[in-house]
Write a protein that binds this ligand. Structure first.
Ligand code: G6P
Length: 610
């Protein structure tokens, strides 16, 4: 991961770089740094910890200049110390920032040490900057030396380089890690994503793998992997900078939880018409593929994987299409059997997750009918590389713990299920009912948000605990998994999600009066079975927390310690609805524990390394 911003302008660029890095902290926040061409030297400021530390350092020791590069880091090689923070320099003549992993850094480092270079950090990145210096010392110009060195790198990377001997020029390159070029008036930019530059420009080139770009204040030249000049389409991006603020909420996560009714409505808008899927959902070519689908393989990571697990229940129950779901990092190293007419479907909020992209690239070489993706970021690598992409319209998600992205992914997957149900000629009354449930979904999610005060009280009972168990059955089992993931991600309480029927095969041994057990209890055909599982917990003294559908005939009132009733939803959309109070529960537990809700320790939002 890591975030990169680089600018060549006719004004002081420090603030532009720092503001850009602020929006890129979702990519990592172990350290931050900046290198500015300042008169006759490269001024470097870097600090371990978040960008706020760098800001303090810049306030104490200001820098100014028209050309510079900046970085926010998620540590891979070398601890998150100030010495390992980027930018790295060679003899104060060249400075580099890097996102990704240089796999062949060891032999390169040994060669460079033998050539007399002294390394100041434990990073793989420092090899690149000395390598460029090495070629410059042999007489090459900045451009030739950089192209030569970049050509030697193996692995995944995005880099930006600045150089004293050619002080207006920035050279940047990508392979496997995202990078965009922003064009301004008398100034040009490079960054890991468009959000970082949206206050400066809305004109962007999306670089492709292997591309190298050279920018100055008034020029931009892109070269492809073969070193040939190449044109990349110039896109106008419409993204409001307000979408990137907290808008009065204490945290991005809370704002994003509350945005869910709108995000779902936006995701459904124009795609559902008169109870049927409209042509705005997928085009004719994609529809023609869906008509041939006999199997589906879904691949994703983290929360997006949980979306896939829910979709399997829907797809198999409603369309009878056999569906498998797998974690991308496992799938990519397996030798999966791909039956005839199997659709490959990737789900990803960012569209930049390295394991998901690698799985997609593998799938394109395998016997798949086609590759589809569900993604929140237009023009991301996933959007560009998959054959068909269905965008969720969640808007930017900044909180590291995914909330509205999942809800909108599930919404798209529900629409896809409905589309396949139409193709498979599932009974019209059934389809109509599913469509009606989707239309009422934003309103029902709104009702769930009104439970906030009750959920806060529940959170107070969990905040002191070290462990928690989340139980669900059927299509709500993945929601239990997601509830546990959310709690562990942001509150650091150890939590596990379990299918309630499996409790007696192991986790019941953990249950005593210190173990909170949180049960997702929708009004479905498994409710009675779930009640029996809850009895098993009660008999062992576990403290029971239940989320129930207020219309269901459950006997849980006197059998659980804490109960919250949700607005009734249909059985199709119920997992989406039940997920919302679990998000709020984790949020309030985390706030009470005083953790960093939006940027939990050791994590990053977009994981662009293996
Ligand atoms: C990271 C994030 C998770 C996310 C996962 C997959 O681990 O912290 O919230 O679910 O990556 O990301 P993607 O962008 O592919 O959905």
């Amino acid at each position: 991961m890591c975030g990169i911003v680089a600018v060549s302008a006719n004004r002081n660029v420090v603030e532009v770089i720092v503001n850009g890095l602020q929006t890129l902290e979702y990519r990592g926040y172990d350290s931050a740094g900046i290198a500015i061409i300042e008169g006759d030297h490269i001024a470097i400021r870097k600090q371990a910890g978040k960008l706020s530390q760098l800001k303090q350092e810049l306030a104490a020791h200001p820098v100014a200049g028209h050309v510079g590069i900046g970085h926010t880091r998620w540590a891979t090689h070398g601890e998150p110390t100030s010495a390992n923070a980027h930018p790295h320099d060679s003899n104060n003549a060249i400075a580099v920032v890097h996102n990704g992993i240089i796999e062949n850094y060891r032999p390169l480092r040994e060669q460079l040490i033998a050539a007399g270079y002294a390394f100041k950090s434990a990073t793989d990145t420092e090899t690149l900057v000395h390598l460029i210096h090495h070629y410059q010392a042999q007489g090459m110009g900045f451009s030739a030396a950089s192209h030569q060195a970049i050509g030697q790198l193996e692995g995944a990377y995005a880099v930006a380089i600045t150089c004293m001997s050619d002080p207006n020029r920035i050279i940047a390159a990508r392979k496997g890690s995202p990078l965009v070029v922003g064009l301004g008036d008398g100034e040009n930019f490079v960054a890991s994503d468009v959000q970082a530059l949206i206050n400066e420009t809305n004109q962007f080139h999306y670089l492709e793998d292997g591309d190298v770009v050279e920018i100055t204040q008034d020029s931009c030249h892109i070269f492809d992997a073969a070193g040939q000049p190449v044109e990349r389409e110039l896109k106008t991006v419409t993204l409001s900078s307000e979408a990137l603020t907290k808008d009065g909420y204490a945290h991005y996560m809370l704002k994003e939880i509350h945005e869910q009714p709108t995000a779902v409505a936006n995701t459904i808008a124009e795609r559902l018409y008169n109870g049927r899927i409209s042509p705005y959902f997928i085009n004719e070519a994609a529809t023609a593929i869906l008509q041939q689908v006999d199997n589906i393989h879904i691949i994703a990571c983290g929360t997006s994987y949980h979306a896939g697990l829910v979709a399997r229940y829907w797809l198999e129950a409603i369309t009878q299409i056999p569906t498998q779901v797998e974690i991308a990092s496992e799938y990519r190293y397996r030798k999966p059997v791909v039956p005839q007419n199997t659709l490959f479907l990737t789900i990803s909020q960012s569209g930049e997750t390295a394991d998901s992209l690698a799985a997609l690239r593998f799938a394109k070489t395998a016997n798949y009918l086609s590759t589809f993706a569900v993604c929140n970021v237009a023009n991301s690598s996933l959007d560009r590389e998959t054959e068909h992409c269905i965008l969720t319209h969640a808007g930017p998600e900044i909180g590291v713990a995914s909330t509205k992205a999942l809800t909108t992914q599930l919404t798209v997957l529900a629409l896809l299920t409905l589309k396949l149900a139409e193709i498979k000629q599932v009974d019209e009354a059934v389809r109509k009912n599913l469509a009606e449930q989707l239309i009422t979904l934003p309103g029902i999610i709104n009702q769930s948000l009104l439970l906030d005060d009750q959920i806060k009280v529940m959170a107070e009972k969990i905040v002191q605990r070290d462990n928690a168990l989340f139980l669900g059955r059927g299509v709500h089992y993945p929601i239990a998994l997601e509830g546990a993931l959310k709690l562990k991600e942001i509150s650091y309480i150890h939590a596990e999600g379990y299918p309630a029927g499996e409790l007696k095969h192991g986790p019941l041994a953990l249950v005593d009066e210190k173990m909170p057990v949180i049960a997702v209890c929708p009004n479905d055909e498994l409710l009675e079975k779930l009640e029996s599982n809850i009895e098993e917990v009660r008999a062992r003294g576990g403290e029971l927390f239940a989320f129930v559908d207020h219309k269901s005939q459950h006997g849980l009132k006197d059998r659980v310690n804490h109960l919250i009733e949700l607005e009734a939803s249909g059985s199709f959309t119920s997992p989406i609805v039940f997920n919302v109070p679990l998000q709020l529960l984790s949020y309030h537990v985390a706030v009470l524990r005083g953790t960093d809700v939006d940027q939990p320790r050791n994590l990053a939002k977009s994981v662009t390394v293996e």
